[in-house]
Write a protein that binds this ligand. Structure first.
Ligand SMILES: Cc1cc2nc3c(=O)[nH]c(=O)nc-3n(C[C@H](O)[C@H](O)[C@H](O)COP(=O)(O)OP(=O)(O)OC[C@H]3O[C@@H](n4cnc5c(N)ncnc54)[C@H](O)[C@@H]3O)c2cc1C
Length: 381
């Protein structure tokens, strides 16, 4: 069959979540992935589910992140029920350790700022933090507690999600690259995938940091898809006498526990093009931050190193929603938060496709915003 209601380009966490959600509406959905799905950024992620902004640029994302975190338990439950597999969702909270000499002042300022954003956060004493997690450095100056934060294991989540989508009837075409979006007179009629014409009432671009390649030089598509790769290097550690129960992070890095006792440490943020090499400097940076946070990790075994390419955008915000080309929606650019934002992205795209609108304020994420920025820079109204 080469005719579908919805054709999704990309089978990462975003494309697969959208497919799963839309298949629940009895739509005929197909995912195209140019390799095995779920092997890019979604495979590489740490799996922290945190809606706390990393920088002021992230602030517009906070309501979306909060809502997605709220949706997570039901999202995971639906996937696990449909697939019979675990995504290893754990809601154990997160601790942020402040190491600078003025850590207590920073902590109080962060609490005030986060509360203005309606985030669940508490200033806790170092002794209270140590009751929750005993191995952090004696050099810590202050601690913050995020009781609602959670984690998933992204590789398990992807396996469960793809199986769940397939069980709901989604067609998954692996090793099938989409080379073109079939757009004529401001209407998208489908895609060219694996050399074949696929007709679809709706096409959704969810190709992560590769989304921009679909523009293939066409200016009217390039303005909608200004994605770029931002490399993140990671490693996994194991130490028989070191146990981590929840996310522990500092300004310089983070540690995330896995159910099998491994500890994932991250990450770099590098503009290295599409190069996924793991480098000595990258791993040193991640290790330094991990050992600074928990000195006893110096004796841990390094069991794996890897890297992934985050889908970045010019303003670090995702590109979400319908476009000015009828039948074409975009769901990409989730940068550092795609695992967190999968449930809300899937919900929004479903609402746009099924109801033609959503009640959530998504203006900051509109695919048309780069066009508007260009027009205003050029002095066009
Ligand atoms: C090191 C690292 C740590 C991270 N940690 C976290 C975290 O803790 N929490 C969090 O929320 N997020 C985290 N992220 C971010 C998160 O991983 C991404 O935002 C998310 O995975 C993006 O998902 P995606 O589906 O858009 O892209 P991807 O997972 O990259 O999937 C895109 C898919 O599209 C396919 N594709 C590309 N081009 C085509 C084409 N032309 N035709 C067909 N298929 C195509 C690719 O093969 C790929 O499978 C992290 C990322 C990295 C790299």
């Amino acid at each position: 069959m080469n005719t579908f209601d919805v054709a999704i380009v990309g089978g990462g966490v975003i494309g697969a979540s959208i497919a799963f959600e839309l298949a629940g509406e009895n739509l005929r959905v197909v995912i195209f992935d140019r390799q095995q799905p779920g092997q890019e950024a979604s495979w590489a992620a740490a799996g922290m589910l945190s809606s706390a902004p990393d920088s002021p640029r992230d602030i517009p994302l906070t309501p979306l992140g909060r809502e997605s975190l709220r949706l997570y338990p039901s999202f995971v439950a639906a996937i696990e029920e449909e697939s019979g597999r675990s995504a290893s969702y754990m809601r154990d909270g997160a601790i942020e350790i402040l190491l600078a000499p003025h850590g207590e002042i920073d902590r109080d300022q962060m609490v005030a700022e986060y509360r203005l954003l309606d985030l669940a956060v508490e200033a806790i004493s170092l002794s209270a933090a140590r009751k929750l997690e005993k191995s952090f450095t004696p050099d810590a100056r202050a601690a913050l507690w995020f009781p609602e934060e959670a984690t998933v294991e992204p590789r398990l989540l992807m396996e469960a999600l793809l199986a769940a989508a397939q069980n709901r009837g989604v067609a998954i075409r692996s090793d099938c690259r989409v080379t073109r979006l079939l757009c004529e007179q401001n209407r998208c009629l489908g895609v060219i995938a694996g050399g074949e014409k696929i007709e679809a009432a709706h096409a959704v671009v969810a190709a992560g940091c590769f989304s921009g390649e679909l523009a293939d030089g066409a200016a009217h598509l390039a303005r909608l898809l200004p994605t770029r790769p931002v490399r993140g290097q990671m490693l996994a550690l194991r130490h028989e006498s070191f146990r981590l129960n929840r996310v522990l992070r500092s300004e310089r890095g983070y540690l995330v526990p896995r159910r099998d006792g491994r500890i994932v440490a991250g990450s770099t943020k590098e503009e290295a093009g599409f190069e996924k090499r793991v480098t000595a400097a990258g791993i040193r940076k991640v290790l330094d931050a991990a050992i600074e946070l928990c000195p006893s990790l110096a004796a841990a075994e390094i069991v794996e190193t890897w890297s992934g390419l985050r889908p970045g955008t010019p303003d670090d915000l995702p590109i979400l929603g319908p476009t000015d080309i009828a039948g074409l929606s975009i769901a990409t650019g989730h940068y550092r938060n795609g695992i967190l934002l999968a449930p809300i992205t899937a919900k929004l795209i479903r609402e746009w496709i099924v109801r033609g609108r959503t009640d959530f304020d998504t203006a900051a994420f509109s695919p048309l915003r780069f066009d508007r920025a260009l027009s205003s820079r050029a002095g066009i109204a």
